[in-house]
Ligand binder design. Structure first.
Ligand SMILES: Nc1ncnc2c1ncn2[C@@H]1O[C@H](COP(=O)(O)OP(=O)(O)OP(=O)(O)O)[C@@H](O)[C@H]1O
Length: 808
């Protein structure tokens, strides 16, 4: 039974998922289509109704539909006459009225935007009822052939020919039972209950009748008492009660005899029944238990009634940006001439031959900006020998940006990447339009560009799970970030993803302000969603940490391991919003110019970033961090360790390349969007898709012009640690770096927060707090406006003494 249930429910959920075509009507279209259906339903109803009055008279007019001289009597004239004849006479008989009802209902559903799933059910069951009724009425075709129509009559006589009258009746009965069982979920229990209720009703009526008779009984008892009292004059006063009891049975038969014998019989039967009913009640208790087990499927019921939860419903009419907003380029096709190819090949072979390296075979793969020459060296050639010839080959080809991959992982060949003389632009449009991107089932698909073999490169940000992007100035970082954001805008509904944008340069991401209420997340009370002030980043990062903790709590309560499971459970209505559950959008934090941030805020930024990077993957917070300077003090070990996906645009030195990619290569790129991507071991060379500012502007304008949420997605509030006096005075609450800070200040004899910021790599807030604590400890003097504070401790010995005295 249970198995069957799960089967049917899974079927149901399947059927809900099934309609992939999702043509949504606008409100105006709904009004038009809805009212059209309603009117059609009414017209059909009127014409069918009219048939019973005018049908006979109209018979002769049907063949002359085209002639305008013939005037049918149907209330809807020719069409009405034809329709009613078609449905009633030649169709399903009187059950055809149900059709008009179904059409009318469809109109109501469209008009009120009710669930299509339910309407589909109405149509399915409605059609079955029509067929059943017309077969049933087929029995009476000889009396009135309009009842079942031609179809009913034909099916009925067909069935009778094969299984006889009784067989047909039983078949219809079976159909009816199946219908009741499936549609109304009826069971044998239900029938029993109905039967029982009916009996109870009868009994209650009998009780009423009995009550009407009781006064007579009482009268009779009283009569009997009087007679008895007359006989037993000496009996004490209390005794009549006993007498009464004794008398009653004697009198009862009298009542029986005097009234009706039936009455008595029914009374006895009732007593027996009550016993039976008590047993039945016990069965009912069992049924209650069954119902409890059914509440587990309450979500299925909810899903059945309302469909799966649709997070996009609030912006149900949201339109994704069309492809036309992106530019098409003329020089998009791969362009390398045979001459150049041949020339490069000859030079490579020549150069290698000069160093006595024989080549067994050579193969070229032409990419948008570079061509890969795959060489199979002759047996006995050392790979390192070829690798060392990188510069010589570059010299002989007189080309920059030659990269040697020796060997190409997974292939027994050595690769030499040579830039094409004229590179082609990989347009954002071409990668967004690619099937690979359009049909991707990824959570957060990003179409970066095209690989060397001219394949569109699509990766899932959710799988990365965080990305580090580096490249010297002007090499395509900002375009790369825009490509990431554009990909997500083309694929994800505003309800599914939110961006937190940090842009210290203040100009790169400001365009996205227009989609603040659609796609951006911000702190409450913050005026701007895009963060350009470094001091505010700290609050946002900490707020994201709180959001992360909150989400983990929600996942824990829902017994889910990750955001996908959680959201699926929520969509299947298995999590109650009243228990604090909600659909969780992905949050993508994009930081442009991370170096700037680390320089000004240091550890205060590094710690939450590292924390998020370590823990946030399961709960759907993903980080994309871009930097111009991939030096080790910016991309520290802890950050690097937690950002497995790295993207390197051209960098200026081998050291930078090593910092970002753990290997060389990025220094040999040719710039303008030429990039290397790694998510572990393999390095993939990609030409980043190009999306320029006017294109992004068009996209955000398109989105921004649509209906939005009332405000940007709000992150939890973060109350920074206030530098209150209690903190300053309480020694145990001092900052961990207090002593180090004191030593720096005393050594430099300069009481300034910026000194601490520089030396300890701290953010302004923390440095300021340290100065307050130093002031409270009597190491520096009070605030003196623009001047640095006075240092009250002359040297380190005095400082040691002061701090030692303090701790006593
Ligand atoms: N994928 C690309 N295809 C073609 N040209 C590109 C591509 N990416 C960047 N460019 C060219 O390089 C220029 C600079 O790119 P971009 O502004 O992205 O550099 P950047 O690394 O962000 O520089 P900065 O760090 O100074 O902001 C662009 O204006 C464009 O002309």
């Amino acid at each position: 039974m249970a198995k069957k249930k799960t089967k049917t429910t899974s079927k149901k959920t399947k059927s809900i998922k099934a309609p992939s075509f999702n043509f949504k009507l606008t409100s105006q279209q709904k009004l038009v289509v809805g009212s059209l259906f309603i009117i059609l339903g009414l017209l059909l109803f009127i014409s069918l109704l009219s048939f019973f009055f005018t049908g006979k008279a109209d018979q002769s007019t049907l063949t002359e539909f085209a002639s305008r001289n013939v005037k049918p009597q149907n209330w809807l004239s020719k069409t009405g006459a034809w329709l009613s004849d078609f449905f009633i006479q030649r169709g399903f008989g009187i059950s055809s009225f149900i059709f008009s009802g179904l059409i009318f209902l469809s109109g109501v559903y469209v008009l009120l935007s009710l669930k299509k799933e339910k309407l589909r059910k109405h149509w399915f069951w409605g059609t079955l009822i029509i067929i059943w009724l017309s077969i049933f009425f087929g029995f009476f075709a000889d009396k009135n052939d309009l009842l079942g129509g031609v179809i009913g009559f034909e099916i009925n006589s067909f069935l009778q020919d094969y299984i006889g009258k009784v067989g047909t009746i039983l078949l219809l009965l079976f159909g009816l039972i199946t219908y009741l069982a499936i549609r109304f979920e009826m069971t044998v229990e239900t029938f029993k209950n109905i039967f029982k209720k009916a009996k109870k009703g009868i009994n209650e009526e009998i009780d009423d009748i009995k009550e009407e008779f009781t006064p007579i009984d009482n009268d009779l008892t009283a009569e009997a008492e009087e007679i008895k009292a007359a006989h037993q004059v000496n009996t004490p006063k209390e005794e009549p009660v006993v007498v009464k009891q004794e008398l009653k049975p004697e009198i009862k038969p009298k009542t029986k005899t005097t009234n009706t014998t039936d009455d008595f019989k029914i009374e006895v039967a009732k007593e027996e029944e009550e016993v039976v009913e008590e047993e039945a009640l016990a069965i009912e208790v069992e049924k209650v238990a069954e119902e409890i087990s059914e509440t587990d499927n309450l979500s299925n019921k909810l899903v059945e009634d309302f469909g799966l939860f649709d997070p996009t419903l609030e912006l149900g009419n949201y339109q994704f940006p069309p492809l036309d907003l992106l530019k098409k380029y003329n020089n998009e096709g791969i362009s390398i001439n045979q001459e150049e190819l041949e020339e490069n090949k000859n030079r490579i072979v020549e150069t290698l031959n000069n160093y006595k390296i024989g080549i067994a075979s050579i193969k070229a793969t032409i990419g948008p900006t570079v061509t890969l020459y795959e060489i199979v060296p002759e047996a006995g050639v050392r790979i390192s020998k070829i690798k060392n010839l990188e510069d010589d080959i570059a010299l002989s080809l007189s080309a920059l940006g030659i990269r040697i991959i020796a060997p190409i992982p997974g292939k027994g060949t050595i690769g030499i990447e040579v830039p094409n003389k004229s590179s082609t632009i990989v347009s954002m449009r071409s990668v967004i339009a690619s099937q690979k991107f359009q049909k991707s089932e990824m959570q957060l698909p990003i179409a970066f560009g095209k690989t060397i073999s001219n394949e569109t490169f699509v990766v899932d940000l959710a799988k990365m799970p965080h990305m580090l992007m580096a490249g010297a100035t002007g090499q395509g970082k900002s375009v790369g970030l825009n490509a990431v954001l554009t990909s997500l805008l083309y694929k994800k509904h505003p309800a599914e993803v939110k961006f937190v944008l940090v842009d210290p340069k203040k100009v790169e991401l400001t365009l996205f302000n227009k989609i603040e209420r659609h796609y951006l997340a911000k702190l409450p009370d913050e005026a701007e969603a895009i963060i350009t002030d470094n001091t505010k980043v700290i609050n946002t990062l900490n707020s994201l940490c709180i959001e992360m903790d909150n989400r983990y709590e929600m996942l824990k309560n829902a017994l889910c391991r990750n955001i996908v499971e959680y959201n699926n459970k929520f969509k299947a209505r298995k999590l109650n919003p009243n228990d604090g559950h909600a659909f969780l959008p992905y949050i993508v934090l994009v930081v442009d110019e991370f170096a700037d941030l680390i320089m000004t805020a240091g550890k205060e930024v590094e710690t939450p970033v590292a924390r998020l990077a370590q823990l946030a993957r399961a709960i759907g917070i993903h980080l994309i961090i871009a930097t111009q300077r991939p030096s080790v003090n910016v991309i520290t070990g802890i950050i690097k360790a937690n950002f497995p996906a790295r993207i390197a645009f051209r960098v200026t030195s081998k050291i930078d390349s090593r910092t970002i990619l753990d290997g060389s290569g990025a220094d040999q790129l040719i710039g303008r969007g030429d990039m290397l991507y790694t998510q572990g071991n393999d390095l993939v060379r990609i030409q980043c898709a190009f999306v320029d500012t006017p294109e992004v502007e068009k996209i955000v304008d398109f989105i921004g012009a649509q209906k939005a949420y009332p405000e940007a997605h709000l992150l939890p509030e973060y109350v920074g640690e206030e530098s209150g006096t209690s903190l300053d005075i309480d020694i145990s609450d001092r900052d961990k770096l207090f002593r180090e800070a004191a030593e720096i200040i005393v050594t430099a004899q300069q009481g300034s927060a910026s000194l601490l910021q520089r030396k300890l790599k701290l953010g302004y807030n923390r440095a300021g707090r340290l100065i307050d604590q130093l002031e409270a400890a009597g190491i520096v003097g009070g605030f003196e406006g623009s001047k640095a504070r006075q240092v009250l401790v002359p040297d380190l010995v005095a400082l040691d003494q002061l701090l030692a005295n303090e701790s006593i």
